[in-house]
Design a protein around this ligand. Structure first.
Ligand SMILES: [Zn+2]
Length: 371
């Protein structure tokens, strides 16, 4: 068993995920190293921040530098000098979201690269073989990620193809340390989500992801679809909500029994000057910080808050110094890891709901919209 649940507080779970390179406590947030790097940081930064799993993206690495190049180094861990766990997304989502040209057939997807227009073909087998060669600890099934505007008929056809593709993914032999996660789809239809989960579990995977959410459908619908998706998943396998990393959504997800999250949001908003604090988001570009001697968050223990003032960081941002991306990303990723640590602590102490209410009341009372 790769996931041991050590405590449950209602539906929220505290556990230990045993993967190929190290153990990771759950619930966990995983930063995105899409092209083999978490933008503006390096692997030592991530280790110091305490991260045990990061993401890589098969689609991007498949195009550049190419799986064969990474294979010559012995895999993605060696290529990027990361000795902790890696999860690789299959590339399905990128092919659906980035491509101007794509043609889906039963065998797979023909698409043109978003970089240079070159033509490629990706199938479930190719996506899994690529991840096998990358050597990631968690390999994701190749799925179709439909837009939230699909009709019920379109969503059903799409999810059934994902289910057939899931079975083909499973037929590819992985390396011994690798684990494969199936992906629940079903669009914005509760019964399709339940059906997808049941069939995916019948195929049998090491863990289960929920895909196709947080794609513009609105929070209420997202939480409802999440509930349907989770209902038929086994309690003893890890559950991963893909592409979701907003602190409020993480709390909702954890409350429903999700163990793993990833999102580009904390790193992306940092590069745009938006910072997470327990008192809401802070916009470092704001004029009111021009002479502010305080750190981003006086209670934060991150290396940036130990050293630099809001005024200095604002100055770097305003004059366009690259260093500011790194400093602001360090703060936001420190926050995310600290936030997850506090969530785990609350579940261990059976006070997750109290933590959630108190976090929400301070985080939402002073959001960026009001600064
Ligand atoms: Zn900080």
């Amino acid at each position: 068993m790769i996931h041991r649940i050590l405590n449950k507080d209602d539906s929220a779970r505290y556990g230990l995920l045993k993967l190929g390179h190290c153990e990771a406590e759950t619930p966990v947030f995983m930063p995105c190293g899409t092209r083999g790097v978490v933008k503006s940081l390096d692997v030592d930064d991530l280790k110091k921040l305490g991260y045990d799993i990061i993401l890589g993206n098969t689609y991007h690495l498949f195009l550049k530098p190419g799986i064969e190049v990474i294979n010559e180094f012995g895999g993605l861990h060696e290529f990027i000098s990361w000795d902790r766990n890696l999860l690789t997304d299959s590339g399905g989502y990128q092919i659906f979201s980035l491509m101007k040209f794509r043609k889906i057939v039963e065998e797979g997807i023909n698409f043109s690269s978003h970089i240079d227009g070159s033509k490629h073909f990706m199938s479930p087998e190719i996506a899994i073989e690529a991840q096998r060669d990358l050597g990631s600890d968690i390999v994701m099934c190749f799925d179709e990620c439909p837009p939230h505007t699909y009709t019920k008929k379109e969503s059903e056809l799409s999810l059934k193809r994902t289910l057939r593709w899931g079975k083909r993914c499973k037929s590819v032999q992985l390396k011994e340390h690798q684990r494969m996660f199936g992906i629940v789809q079903g669009g914005m239809f509760g019964d399709l989500r339940e059906f997808s989960a049941t069939d995916t579990v019948e195929t049998g995977f090491d863990g289960y992801a929920i895909g196709g959410l947080s794609v513009g459908e609105g929070k209420e619908v997202m939480y409802e679809m999440l509930e349907y998706s989770l209902k038929n998943l086994p309690v003893d396998k890890p559950r991963y909500l893909m592409g979701v990393g907003d602190p409020i959504d993480i709390l909702e997800g954890v409350g429903m029994g999700v163990d793993m999250f990833d999102c580009v949001m904390p790193t992306r908003i940092a590069r745009h000057g938006l910072l997470y604090t327990y008192n809401g988001k802070l916009n470092i570009k704001n004029l009111k910080f021009e002479r502010d001697k305080n750190p981003i968050d006086p209670n934060c223990k991150c290396p940036v808050c130990q050293k630099y003032s809001r005024a200095f960081l604002r100055h770097l941002f305003k004059v366009g110094e690259h260093t500011v991306s790194r400093l602001l990303t360090l703060h936001n990723l420190y926050f995310m890891n600290d936030f997850m640590r506090n969530i785990r602590k609350a579940i261990k102490m059976n006070c997750f709901n109290e933590f959630k209410s108190s976090f929400l009341s301070s985080f939402c009372s002073n959001s960026v919209n009001k600064t």
